[in-house]
Design a protein around this ligand. Structure first.
Ligand code: NAD
Length: 440
């Protein structure tokens, strides 16, 4: 099948590469000339394990091309996939201007029967609007389908080639059958449904996962006050098949380009039909306050934070990606600066993206994890990159001015820490070597 993907971000690029990998001829379009130039040179604009290798193989085989010329890419396509961003407006609602802009351009370029599939996460009812815009811009035959995307950054290639399920929202059999056939090489779990339900499945799935995270974070906060261990609690809960172990890892809350925006958008979507989604509002609020646990623990260990050097391990919103959108690190670092501390930051892949977002003179940009902890009063582990999880804690302890660690991702076990003198503050688990009086 001839497929054109509009938008070569995390979703569009990975989808385009993977559709080529399963035997299609794919053209990826972006209006960002620099991205397309880089892709045409064999580079990739994002960090995503396994993507570059797969891209090269398929580009070399002539199955994958990149262009800024939307019109000719759409003209020759049987299927056009829209994968542009839907960032949040200040109200929390999804900003649909990129979708509408892309769809208008697509409408004036389609030639012969074309399916337009929307992969971007869009509020329920948006695909009706997409259909209307295309109908206004063309006399050609077309169908609109909703194919929401569920990939996770950091394992996007794996997720796309081995999805748990594919959801296809269509209002006619011809388009649905073509989309089913396209995805059969990936999975047999294909849910064909109406368009509005498909749009809702995406938001409901992300809202549910966010709810699990905020739930376990609240349990963690209670565990801290009661002397229980949230790791043990989550293990005991997760073995119940009705609950399952996924997304029961306590920490500093979710971030990234999806959960924060999709939860807020669903609250707005509900509000638009006069439904007050109380549960989801609490999930968002709990997530927002969860990150301040890091600051509270620093206070507990160090007293005043003014003039303190605080190492930050990890800036990306999770390991395996360079994406820093809505990363908890942003607000934590802002708060440290406000309190007069010097954050010494390091992330194995997200330094450039973070610097673009926040190039504050108080931030010290470090060369590696050792440089970051050197001479520091405390280290905060905010992203569980493997190199932090496997670190030599004795060496860390020696390099620091004060051996204090706030572990926002609970990566170290009590036994490991007990072999050191590090004052250790995890989430929802008892602190270790909590020598608060000596240090303050
Ligand atoms: P992104 O911001 O990384 O990429 C969007 C790309 O679209 C950009 O490169 C931009 O230049 C391009 N673009 C915008 N308008 C265009 C136009 N008219 N023509 C050509 N290109 C255009 O976005 P993303 O993270 O890939 O997300 C895309 C959508 O997928 C969003 O709706 C998001 O919610 C959803 N989604 C994202 C993820 C994820 O993990 N990132 C997962 C599932 C779903």
């Amino acid at each position: 099948m001839n497929i054109t993907v509009i938008g070569t971000g995390y979703v569009g690029l990975v989808s385009g590469v993977c559709y080529a990998e399963i035997g299609n001829k794919v053209t990826c379009v972006d209006k960002d000339e620099n991205k397309i130039k880089l892709l045409n040179r064999g580079g990739i604009p994002i960090y995503e394990p396994g993507l570059q290798e797969l891209l090269m193989v398929n580009a070399d085989a002539g199955k994958l091309t990149f262009t800024t010329d939307l019109e000719s890419a759409v003209r020759s396509a049987d299927l056009v996939i829209i994968a542009v961003g839907t960032p949040p407006l200040p109200s929390g609602e999804a900003d649909l201007r990129y979708i509408e802009g892309a769809v208008r351009e697509v409408a004036s370029s389609i030639h012969g029967y074309t399916i337009v599939a929307v992969k971007s996460t869009v509020p329920v009812g948006t695909n009706d609007r997409v259909r209307q815009i295309i109908a206004e811009g063309t006399t050609q035959e077309f169908d609109v389908v909703s194919v929401p995307e569920f990939l996770r950054e950091g394992s996007a290639v794996k997720d796309t080639l081995n999805p748990d399920r594919i959801v296809i929202g269509a209002d006619n059999k011809r388009a649905a059958d073509i989309l089913v056939e396209l995805h059969i090489p990936l999975t047999e779990e294909i849910v064909v449904t109406d368009i509005r339900s498909a749009e809702m499945i995406k938001y409901a799935s992300n809202a549910f996962l966010a709810t699990k995270i905020s739930f376990i974070n609240e349990i963690a906060n209670i565990c801290e006050k009661m002397g229980a261990d949230v790791g043990e609690v989550a293990k005991g809960m997760g073995l119940d098949r009705r609950i399952g172990p996924a997304f029961l890892k306590a920490g500093i809350g979710y971030g990234g380009s999806c959960f924060p925006k999709d939860t807020k958008a669903l609250i707005q979507i509900a509000g638009n039909v006069e439904y007050d989604f109380k549960l989801l509002k609490s999930v968002v609020e709990v997530n927002q306050t969860q990150r301040w646990g890091v600051i509270d623990k620093l206070y507990r260990a160090l007293g005043s934070l003014s003039g303190r050097k605080i190492a930050i391990w990890g800036l990306a919103f999770k390991p395996g990606t360079d994406d820093v959108r809505e990363a908890p690190a942003i607000e934590i670092i802002e708060k440290l600066i406000e309190l007069g501390a010097t954050p010494k930051v390091y992330d194995p892949v997200a330094m450039d993206n973070f610097r673009e977002l926040m190039d504050h003179p108080s931030i010290s940009w470090c060369l590696n994890e050792w440089d970051a902890v050197s001479g520091c009063d405390a280290v905060c582990l905010l992203t569980e990159w493997e190199e932090f999880c496997n670190i030599d804690l004795h060496k860390v302890e020696q390099l620091m001015a004060r051996p204090v660690m706030v572990d926002g991702r609970n990566v170290f076990g009590a036994e490991q820490i007990k072999q050191t003198s590090i004052a250790y503050y995890p989430v929802g688990r008892p602190p270790i070597n909590d020598k608060i009086e000596e240090i303050v």
